[in-house]
Every structure is written in C-alpha cells, then in structure tokens.
Design a binder for this molecule. Sequence first.
Ligand code: HEC
Ligand code: HEC
Length: 275
Amino acid sequence: MDLSRRQLMFGIGGLAAGTALAGMAGQAIAASEKMTRFAQAGGDFGWKPHKLDPKECAAVAYEGYWHKGYACGYGSFYSIVGLLAEKYGAPYNQFPFTMLEANKGGISDWGTICGALYGAAAAYALFWGRDERTPMVNELYRWYEKTKLPIYQPGDAAQGVKGELPQSASQSVLCHISVSKWCFANKIEATSKKRNERCGRLTADVAAKAVEIYNAKIDQGKNFKGTFAKQEAVETCGACHQTKGNEANWAKGVMDCTPCHNGSDALTNKFEGHP
Ligand code: HEC
Ligand code: HEC
C-alpha cells in the first residue's frame, strides 16, 4: 500500500489534515449562518467523474474489503471514490469513507442489499442524478443476479484463502440469498474464512464491473442506456402485480421474483391458490 492510500484508508493526515480540519471548522461556522436547506457544496450530483482502470479498481476493492474487516461496501466505494482521491485529491479526498463501512454484510450483517452493490450505486450518485443513474444501477444489478461469482483471482495477494473458489449465480442482489445459496451449494460455512474470501473477491468483481459501467457512462453521457431488460418473471408477474390500475398491483421492486416466489412454478403461475 503506498503512502497516500495508507493516509486515506487509515486517516493519518498528520499536520496537513489537522490544519485542514481547523480550517473546515471555521468554514462550518461561517456556512451555518447562510446555509440553505438541502443546498450541497458543489451542487447536487456535482462532482466530476474521471475514468478509472477496472483492473486497478478490482485490486483496490479487494484490499479495501480486508482493510476494514470484510467490508464489501467500503471496498467497492473506495475503489472508485478513494482512487479518485488518490489520483486527483479534492473534493474526492474530503469524503468520509468509513460511512460506507456500515454496508458490511448487507448492512451491519442484516443480509439485505449486497454492500458491494450499494457502494457502487452510492458512488454513482456523487456524479449523476436519478434519471441518469438508474440505467447504470440496473446494468450492474442485473449483471450481479446472472453472473457466476466470484471471478477475481488475487493469486499470492489472497488475504483469506488462496486458490480456486466455486462460482455460482445468486439470481439475487440480496446478501442473504447470495451468500446462503453459495454456502449451501458448496457446503461451506457462512462464518468461514473461505466465505470471507469469496465476498472479498466478489467485491473486486463488482468494483470492476461498476467501473466499466462508469467509464461507459462518461463516454456516452446522456446516451448511456445499458443492456438491461426486465427479467422474465418481473415482466410476467408485473403485468398484474406492478401495473397501475390492476387489482393486484402490490409488488414493489425490480429484483427477480423467482428466488423467493417458488421458482419455475411461480413463473407459470401454477402455485397453489394463485389465479
Ligand atoms: C394475471 C394476473 C397475475 C399474474 C400474471 C400474476 N399474479 Fe400473483 N396474484 C394475482 C391476483 C389477482 C392475486 C390475488 C389472489 C387472491 O386474492 O386470492 C395474486 C396473488 C399473489 C400472491 C399472494 C397470494 C399467494 O397465492 O401466495 C403472490 C405471492 C403472487 N401473486 C405472486 C406472483 C408472482 C411471483 C407472479 C409471477 C410469477 C404472479 N403473481 C403473477 C394476479 C396475478
Ligand atoms: C427477496 C425475496 C422476494 C423477492 C425477490 C420478491 N418477493 Fe414478493 N414477497 C416476498 C415476501 C417474503 C413476501 C411476504 C409474504 C407473506 O407475508 O406471506 C412477499 C409478498 C409479495 C406479494 C403480496 C402477497 C403476499 O403474500 O403477501 C406479492 C403480490 C409479491 N410478493 C409479488 C412479487 C413479485 C411480482 C416479485 C418480483 C417482481 C416479488 N414479489 C419479488 C419475497 C420476495
């Protein structure tokens, strides 16, 4: 780890940071006097994106995952915004990266959204508002549902276990489903080093894909559409459960319905008691 990454990840800013902090406190007092609600310094979604190398991001994401103790969200977010901070300084280096550490294990080990996916979506939101960001998130999340992970191979830099790991597609963006299916299929305990290693590598995979999308967005601007098409189940089930005016319009979300609602039976609408 080079000195600048060490400083950013460990927060050892020394004299320079001390001085900057004292300066910031002064600014904060001045700002509070004329502060307008919801006004953001630099403007909403106002940071400038610079292209990054997906390979470098993957390696940094993997390192960040271990650095903060299995923190997938921290790793994926740092691999974008932290790398920008290392390369370009302000404003990227003003971000309190530990904020993303809360996303570990699907947020404080609750197993909700995969933290690596959240980290990427949050990073996108520093640069693009909702209409422009949603196609990027769709592209990344659908890729995650379908792709056999992990792919990343740290080689001798492996921090948990070395060697090959089994791969599987979770069909879900949720930490719980992604981890549990992989562990069950391969008879690997969820609390094992092997599972930690799997999530570290998966964090690297998500970071690489996230940055590929981010680079494409920089190139294509408002023309970025991605390749996302609604999953077969979301399309089929959504015809009733997500269509305005339908008596059964109750279902929120774009997640594939099938891992939770009875797989193939659900797809053909043949589960018991269903019209
Ligand atoms: C043709 C319209 C239609 C389609 C398509 C449809 N549903 Fe439904 N679904 C309904 C209606 C109407 C009900 C309410 C039934 C009732 O009140 O007994 C329902 C009920 C349900 C329920 C709650 C009751 C139960 O039986 O468990 C679930 C869960 C559900 N649907 C999931 C799905 C999923 C998943 C799909 C896609 C695989 C799907 N539905 C496709 C109309 C539809
Ligand atoms: C992560 C798992 C998961 C996913 C993905 C998911 N659901 Fe559900 N869904 C649930 C659970 C759990 C409930 C609550 C079931 C209950 O209380 O009986 C529910 C409730 C529902 C209900 C209300 C009926 C009821 O039984 O409460 C409908 C309709 C429904 N889901 C449709 C869908 C559709 C359509 C999709 C895909 C667009 C989808 N769900 C995706 C887990 C999921």
